[in-house]
Design a protein around this ligand. Structure first.
Ligand SMILES: Cc1cc2nc3c(=O)[nH]c(=O)nc-3n(C[C@H](O)[C@H](O)[C@H](O)COP(=O)(O)OP(=O)(O)OC[C@H]3O[C@@H](n4cnc5c(N)ncnc54)[C@H](O)[C@@H]3O)c2cc1C
Length: 377
């Protein structure tokens, strides 16, 4: 018998939707509140590693995810220059264990659509255009307040409301994402046939240039630069920066530049990192996903860690008799050391780039983390 009958989840990102699916399947009444009026049909792509795929399988969504993206093994490193020679092909690191591919890429919009479909089919009541502004905790319940007024009273509130989490602030946690000094340009383009896995270019005018296939006809490409104020640029100016900064890279970058010249959209954001120390809950309100932690995407683990948070929390919830200190201690003991390892490794890789340290053992660091992730979340 579970200790909770009703849950409000804030945020329709991967963490919120994954939590909703598992709770609704277990018979819990779930209401999910999302500030945006609808899910975004736009956006770039995402790399999902084996440990994320293992969570999708446990949620019953893996087959749909698998069919909507591009599965690949290994990672190529290429050098700048006209021929973009492949200088190393790194072997598979199966962070989800032997039953799942090492990684896949997919358009973010497909991922959200699939998770939302499964959540609604499982019985999650999804409320779009519902911005959370307040919380009132009682001994055994929480009242949730939206811009439009009270949303009702719940046994538990899960704040999966991302980097700039409102819920985090409402429960008095002041740890926040801190920019790490890097910014990333991303664009969603067509996939040249020769791109069959993620490829990274170190060296040249930016810290990292790269791309990841997301489907037969699509991939996302990115350039990581020193963080700059890139606000106020129109679409053409943004695309032109990607064209100019990528000129040092040949091979598939020629096709990427051609797509940018044809109007492929370029977007820009800064890297951040943070990790909220235990506890992630205050009473019956808890934060997970980017609300609780973020890291530079140097090992592409941010969403995977949010998925694991959601899975472990809801697995505990459906078995719990009480939401007492022992419950929360067990949750934090499972999640925080693992997230901390990812945040530290991702940040260290980024810092090596910022410091221009070319002798660093990046491969060893990535391999070590992937081995850790292959153990259950
Ligand atoms: C450049 C970049 C590349 C990345 N690449 C990868 C990658 O390849 N692989 C990977 O695993 N991770 C990657 N990540 C990390 C990944 O994108 C995030 O960790 C993940 O998307 C966070 O999911 P989330 O569900 O925690 O939050 P979000 O996806 O941010 O969802 C939060 C939701 O909450 C809603 N919300 C916010 N406030 C309120 C409110 N007050 N009321 C109601 N709703 C609210 C928001 O509108 C939003 O929809 C990358 C990150 C960056 C910056």
């Amino acid at each position: 018998m579970t200790a909770i009958g009703s849950v409000a989840i804030i945020g329709s990102g991967v963490a919120g939707l994954a939590a909703g699916i598992q709770l609704a399947k277990a018979g819990v009444k779930v209401d999910l509140y999302e500030a945006k009026p609808e899910i975004s049909a736009l956006g770039s792509g995402i790399s999902l590693q084996g440990n994320a795929l293992r969570v999708f399988d446990a949620l019953g969504v893996w087959e749909d995810i698998r069919d909507a993206g591009y599965i690949f093994e290994g990672l190529n490193l290429r050098a700048p220059g006209p021929g973009a020679p492949i200088v190393a092909s790194l072997p598979d690191v199966k962070s989800g264990g032997p039953d799942y591919p090492a990684a896949m890429g997919m358009p973010r919009a497909n991922l959200t659509r699939i998770l939302l479909d499964h959540a609604e089919r499982a019985g999650v009541h999804v409320h779009f255009g519902a911005k959370v502004t307040g919380l009132e905790q009682q001994a055994d319940s929480v009242e949730l307040v939206l811009e439009s007024g009270s949303a009702g009273v719940f046994d538990l509130v899960i704040g999966a409301d991302g980097l700039n989490s409102t819920v985090r602030g409402l429960i008095g946690i002041d740890t926040k994402p801190v920019p790490n000094g890097m910014g990333i340009w991303r664009t969603f383009v067509s996939r040249p046939a020769e791109v069959e896995r993620s490829e990274l270019y170190y060296g040249g005018p930016v810290f990292i240039a790269g791309y990841t296939p997301t489907g037969e006809d699509s991939m996302y490409a990115f350039l990581v630069e020193k963080a700059q104020d890139r606000t106020g640029l129109d679409d053409a100016a943004a695309s032109q920066i990607m064209i100019d900064e990528s000129r040092a890279y040949g091979g598939p970058w020629n096709a990427i530049r051609a797509d940018l010249e044809q109007g492929a959209h370029a977007n820009y954001t800064w890297f951040t990192s943070h990790l909220v120390p235990a506890p992630w809950n205050r009473g019956r309100v808890v934060i997970i996903g980017d609300a609780a932690h973020s890291c530079p995407p140097t090992i592409a683990q941010g969403a995977a860690q949010g998925l694991e948070d959601a899975f472990v929390l809801t697995e505990f919830l459906v078995k719990a008799d009480a939401l007492d200190d022992a419950f929360w201690d067990a949750f934090h003991a499972r999640r925080i050391p693992r997230v901390q390892a990812v945040v530290e490794a991702s940040s260290q890789l980024a810092q090596w780039q910022l410091d221009g340290n070319r002798d660093a053992d990046a491969g060893g660091l990535i391999f070590g983390i992937a081995q850790k992730m292959a153990l259950p979340a």
